[in-house]
Design a protein around this ligand. Structure first.
Ligand SMILES: *Cc1c(COP(=O)(O)O)cnc(C)c1O
Length: 346
């Protein structure tokens, strides 16, 4: 076995979704965001596991992802496309029964002309300035759009991972001003928004990262374990160096294990000489630079050479690794490369 194994716990994923679902009232639908290949974990397996646990609606980023998802889940689930209806998307949206979240006047025109009468949602900009109709644009087309009966009107929060941030209340107020009194289902909250409480829930919530075991949802179970096989070990003497640029020098006689995992597998070089890998419960320091396919680890303190070491596990979560690598859990997950064997549990 020359490549690392990414163990994906579908039972933990389903439990995390159920726990997030319980945080809103029964009248609020909890969907699931599975963009970017389900945050790198494999959209087919992930979406089917979520369907078995009760998910009826999904969101993806682009129509291409919607096609892959539709093929995996069959005709029943509702699939929203967050990027909306782009030029060239019409056949995919029409043939696969996708629901674009239209985010500009151009997109509304395109959708109404190309697929009249077909389902759509609307994205409003409540302050993030990324996607969606501005208040004046919405005012101009609201009556026309509402006549066509959108499935959903949604917006997205910029600072939901900081509960005290004033942006949350500001965006909530804008969303209400733009949508109060309209006869349409409304959605504002992703994982962070769910945690802000019922004012933010409206009719549908859209968790992503919390299901996959990432912050800001602190009570999630870890979903991934990254197991890296030990390819070789060697003993080094005091004064000898390990790896590129001689980044690490042995101070005492040391045993170094070389494991099969590197930056080509999505492991950022910023964790060089900083992270640890785990032999069960026992931490072993990553020494020297992460190279393209290999990582070197100090296992001097172990009684025997393990067959593999874990870089991600319950003792070092995606957010722990993100902190060491100066990024966020989302980026660690979605960077995990295509070279791993993926093993699904549950
Ligand atoms: C990615 C995304 C989500 C999911 O966000 P999480 O923080 O992962 O829960 C929800 N809505 C939109 C518009 C998104 O882009």
């Amino acid at each position: 076995m020359g490549t690392s194994t990414l163990h994906i716990d579908l039972d933990a994923l389903a439990a995390n979704w159920r726990a997030l679902d319980k945080l809103s009232a029964d009248t609020v639908e909890t969907s699931a965001v599975v963009k970017a290949d389900a945050y790198g974990l494999g959209v087919g397996k992930v979406a089917r596991a979520l369907m078995r646990t009760g998910v009826k609606s999904f969101f993806v980023a682009a129509a291409e992802e919607g096609v892959v998802l539709r093929e995996a889940v069959g005709p029943k689930p509702w699939i929203g496309v967050l990027g909306g209806h782009m030029p060239g998307d019409t056949d995919m949206i029409g043939d696969m029964g996708l629901v674009p979240m239209l985010n500009s006047l151009d997109q509304i025109t395109r959708h109404f002309e190309a697929l009249p009468g077909r389902p759509f949602g609307i994205q409003l900009d409540t302050g993030m300035n990324r996607l969606g109709l501005e208040p004046v644009e919405w005012d101009a087309v609201k009556d026309l759009v509402m006549k066509a009966k959108p499935d959903l009107v949604m917006s997205h929060l910029a600072c939901a991972d900081e509960p005290e941030h004033e942006m949350n209340a500001y965006q909530l107020k804008n969303f209400r001003e733009m949508t109060d009194g309209l006869k349409v289902r409304r959605a504002l909250a992703a994982t962070g928004g769910i945690l802000l409480g019922p004012d933010y829930h409206f009719d549908l919530v859209r968790p992503g990262i919390g299901m996959y075991g990432g912050l800001p949802y602190e009570d999630g179970k870890p979903v991934v374990r990254l197991e890296c096989p030990v390819i070789q070990t060697r003993d080094v003497q005091p004064g000898e160096t390990v790896g590129y640029s001689n980044m690490w020098t042995a101070e005492v006689p040391s045993r170094i294990a070389t494991v099969a995992c590197g930056y080509a597998d999505g492991i950022t070089r910023l964790i060089s000489n900083k992270a640890v890998l785990f032999d069960g419960e026992t931490p072993c320091p990553l020494v020297g630079k992460v190279s393209m396919d290999l990582i070197t680890v100090d296992i001097t303190h172990l009684d025997q050479v393990p067959r593999s070491l874990d870089l991600l596990c319950a003792h070092q979560t995606v957010d722990d690794l993100a902190t060491i690598g100066q990024t966020i859990g989302y980026e660690i997950l979605t960077s995990l490369g295509a070279r791993y064997q993926r093993r699904y549990i549950g």
